[in-house]
Design a protein around this ligand. Structure first.
Ligand SMILES: CSC[C@H]1O[C@H](OP(=O)(O)O)[C@H](O)[C@@H]1O
Ligand code: ADE
Length: 268
């Protein structure tokens, strides 16, 4: 029913003019909202706001597994994942779009796999889709590389944590990029993160630190630009992606378990 999926982040709760809701069951319970499917730029696109339409799920309570499973069940092979991030570098100012090429996962207590009782070990050296990244970078006016450090939240970083993140050479900080990217890979989905800088994180600025209000305000201000960027990317993504992300399960040994059944379903 759709071949491209979009996960809406903070302040991004609706998309697609002709959106129709679709009920999808997943082994992990319901997604944050029933996905909506609509056409955009000649493509069928599915959309789920990851925090729910009323932002009722904080980052540590988002059902990342169900969201990605639901998209996959609708036929989606490529996921575009916008997210709000804080800047760890003075030159990355609010309003900047950055296309991460790496992430560091500092979350804890979040389900990390859709194959709970099956040994599936995906490759994560280059965790994002090269084709999707290229399509976003080609729109121009985006920072083409950077490392996204993902904290558990829901609180923002202390100044010391933030200074430490910056000292590691990491670029931006968010709360939802992991395990979302890893789970997408487990489902052989192309996954491209589009990070929108909404603030300077506490360690890089002398102020009192970021507030959620500030994040929402900057995100709202940039939403039209983000949606235009997504539209442009959606029209240029290949209809049949051939990148390695599509083959992450090709050499995985199957076992007789519920997970193996899921794996067989996904690998089809
Ligand atoms: C609302 S402030 C913090 C919140 O915003 C970001 O959400 P998303 O990645 O979905 O745009 C950040 O990761 C936190 O979840
Ligand atoms: N400074 C920040 N830290 C973590 N997540 C964020 N999302 C937006 N800004 C953020």
């Amino acid at each position: 029913m759709a071949d491209i999926g979009v996960l809406g982040g903070s302040g991004f709760y609706s998309f697609l003019a002709d959106a129709r809701p679709v009920e999808v069951e997943t082994p992990f319970g319901p997604p944050s909202e029933p996905p909506v499917v609509g056409s955009l730029g000649g493509r069928e696109v599915a959309f789920i706001p990851r925090h729910g339409a009323d932002h009722r799920f904080p980052p540590h309570r988002v059902n990342y597994r169900a969201n990605l499973w639901a998209l996959r069940a609708l036929g989606v092979r490529q996921v575009l994942a916008p997210c709000a991030v804080g800047s760890l570098r003075p030159e990355l100012v609010p309003g900047t779009f950055l296309v991460p090429d790496q992430y560091v996962d500092r979350t804890w207590g979040r389900p990390q796999t859709v194959y709970d009782d099956l040994a599936v070990h995906t490759t994560a050296a280059d965790p994002y889709c090269p084709t999707g990244r290229e399509a976003v970078i080609a729109t121009g006016n985006v920072v083409p590389t950077g490392t996204l450090v993902v904290i558990n939240g829901p609180r923002f970083s202390t100044r010391a944590e933030s200074q430490w993140h910056a000292a590691q050479g990491w670029s931006v900080v968010g709360m939802t990029g992991a395990p979302e990217a890893a789970l997408a890979r487990e489902l052989a989905l192309c996954y491209t993160s589009i990070a929108l800088v909404t603030d300077h994180d506490a360690g890089t600025t002398p102020g009192e630190g970021v507030t959620a209000d500030e994040v929402f305000k900057v995100f709202a201000h940039s939403l039209t630009r983000l949606q235009a960027l997504l539209t442009q990317v959606i029209t240029t993504l290949p209809t049949t992606p051939t990148c390695p992300c599509q083959h992450t399960l090709d050499n995985t040994p199957a076992a007789s378990s519920e997970s193996a059944r899921l794996l067989a379903e996904v690998a089809r």
